[in-house]
Ligand binder design. Structure first.
Ligand code: MCA
Ligand code: AMP
Length: 504
């Protein structure tokens, strides 16, 4: 593709490619694309979405593409047209997709032809405008609106402590702050080349990897999905400098290294040692994984801590000691404090809830003013994570809500899963807990009380649940009980349920 003079937008993230039009921005399974290609294609997507209008005026556009150049072209096209980007999870079953599309009030769905069958149907049923990426990417360019950085840019769905996942709204300025903080903390430059293996509906994959890479003028090499062998092969074959992933991915990479021959192990280790930085986050990094990875690759993983509601908050240093089991100190542009239950800042060495503020912190939960209000105190965002500061570095101790589970880097809410599982005709009652797991961090585990004469296997339950719930929410372990353990108030005792799983 060649650039045919796309209008350069004033938003800093989208304007930066002007400096390196001819340089490679993205490499994916379909080929290599320059920053000029990205400017041109995103202008075409914007023109297609505008369809004669002068501004999308914050209309929500839900979109689904495989990881690759088209994802970035659509995301930027939505932004350049004045819309709000709502990325869809490619592995979601229909009910989860419908929740995101309905809740965000999306008026348009954009889909890569690979996903046409699933999404055209939903668009027709819900009466929404439907566009294929193949159509959008061949539209004729038009003039594009001026976009103010205060305008909402993106809605990402995240499980919270009530109900179904909530839409987290970030503005262009929020995203820019999240990006520039990491660019300076982790020393990004145009010389970087990052391997992208993460899903593109979370901050980790969208902001930390894709947007930072594009801001820096670096090269982002996108694999169609995570696969341990492909990642190791890329470490050997490609001239990579950066890699970022969740602990489960490092666990899988270690597993693959361990079953390789001694000769192959040496080759894999040499390949990975050439990178300049490897980062872990989205869930606690077990010290055992950090140590094993150091033995294999020579890299001490840089662990950092963040949240959909504000990007990255705390990080170990790029230069200097990375303390195993700790998530470091506030990133540039982030203020953090620990607070007790009465709202007082705790004494050093005392555990408290992490609260943060800064220009990267989100605008609001979409259409949920009460949830937005109650998640802030005096301008500080309440993360719900409990930590302690020791020798200047934060150590995460857990979460204030036991019903939030982190599995493979995905946050899921036990009560939401229970509500769905209870609708199974063979199930009278259930309780979902997260049980410590070396691969997944925590694994979603369900204790069931069955209707009389209605046996059910874990395979049956998983197959049934996969049609209704995101893969991460589908229970991995199951226990059948005569009744659920309850406390004196009659409330299900989750610690006792978790204990029963440990005993089994
Ligand atoms: C897949 N499965 C899962 C998960 N993912 N089960 C529990 N938790 C999960 N996260 C299911 C599959 O459906 C499959 O079921 C079985 O587990 C094994 O599938 P497999 O193909 O081996 O797994 P995978 O597809 O390779 O996925 C594992 C993964 C993936 C690569 C670790 O979960 C992943 O990409 N996680 C990263 C999520 C992430 O980016 N989180 C960031 C959000 P069956 O065997 O029945 O078919 S947090 C965030 O953004 C904040 C800001 C932050 O701090 O970063
Ligand atoms: P999400 O809401 O999916 O963005 O997940 C954010 C949550 O992931 C945080 O509130 C933490 O509970 C957890 N998290 C992210 N990074 C880390 C980390 N390095 N250590 C422990 N927990 C983490």
């Amino acid at each position: 593709m060649t650039t045919i003079g796309a209008t350069i937008p004033p938003l800093p993230l989208l304007a930066r490619p002007e400096q390196h039009q001819q340089r490679t921005a993205i490499i994916d399974s379909e080929g290599e694309f320059t920053y000029g290609d990205l400017l041109q294609s995103s202008a075409q997507v914007a023109a297609c979405l505008l369809d004669g209008a002068d501004d999308l005026r914050e209309s929500r556009v839900a979109f689904m593409t495989p990881p690759g150049f088209q994802y970035a072209a659509v995301q930027w096209g939505i932004w350049r047209g004045g819309g709000i980007a709502v990325p869809l999870n490619i592995s979601h079953p229909r009910p989860e997709l419908e929740h995101v599309i309905n809740d965000s009030g999306a008026e348009t769905i954009v889909a890569h032809p690979d996903f046409e069958a699933r999404l055209r149907r939903i668009a027709e049923d819900l009466g929404l405008r439907f566009k294929l990426t193949s159509t959008a990417l061949s539209a004729k360019e038009t003039s594009l609106p001026h976009i103010d950085g205060q305008r909402p840019a993106m809605i990402l769905y995240t499980s919270g402590t009530t109900g179904k996942p909530k839409g987290v709204v970030t503005t262009h300025h929020n995203i820019q702050s999240q990006v520039t903080s990491l660019i300076s903390a982790w020393g990004w430059s145009a010389e970087d080349r990052i391997l992208h293996v993460l899903p593109l509906h979370h901050v980790h994959g969208i902001v930390n990897v894709l947007c930072c890479s594009l801001w820096a003028g670096a090269v982002c090499e996108m694999l169609p999905m995570f696969n341990a062998e492909s990642v190791w092969q890329s470490f050997i074959e490609r001239e990579l400098t950066l890699f970022m992933a969740v602990p489960t991915i490092y666990y899988r990479l270690i597993e693959a290294w361990e079953i390789a021959s001694a000769e192959r192990q040496k080759e894999l280790s040499r390949g990975s040692a050439r990178l300049r930085l490897m980062v872990s986050g989205s869930a606690a990094l077990p010290v055992s994984i950090l140590e094993k990875w150091r033995d294999i690759t020579g890299h001490t993983l840089l662990e950092r801590y963040g949240m959909t509601e504000g990007g990255m908050f705390l990080s170990n240093p790029l230069h200097g000691e990375r303390k195993p089991g700790y998530v470091g100190t506030p990133l540039p542009g982030v203020e953090a404090r620990l607070v007790d239950e009465s709202g007082q800042v705790v004494e050093p060495g005392t555990p408290g809830e992490i609260q943060v503020r800064g220009s990267g912190v989100f605008l609001e939960y979409w259409n949920q003013p009460e949830a937005t209000r109650s998640s802030f105190r005096d301008g500080w965002f309440k993360t719900g994570d409990i930590a302690v500061v020791e020798e200047g570095s934060y150590r995460i101790l857990g979460r204030s809500n036991v019903d939030l589970i982190k599995t493979g880097g995905e946050k899921v809410f036990a009560l939401e899963i229970e509500e769905v599982v209870r609708t199974h005709p063979s199930i009278r009652d259930c309780a979902v807990v997260g049980v410590e797991d070396p691969e997944w961090g925590e694994s979603v585990s369900v204790a069931l009380v069955l209707e009389k004469g209605c046996p059910i296997t874990l395979d049956d339950l998983r197959a049934w649940a996969k049609e209704r719930l995101a893969v991460a929410k589908v229970p991995k372990r199951m226990l059948v009980l005569n009744e659920l353990p309850r406390n004196a108030m009659g409330k299900v005792s989750k610690p006792e349920v978790a204990q029963l799983f440990k005993q089994h």
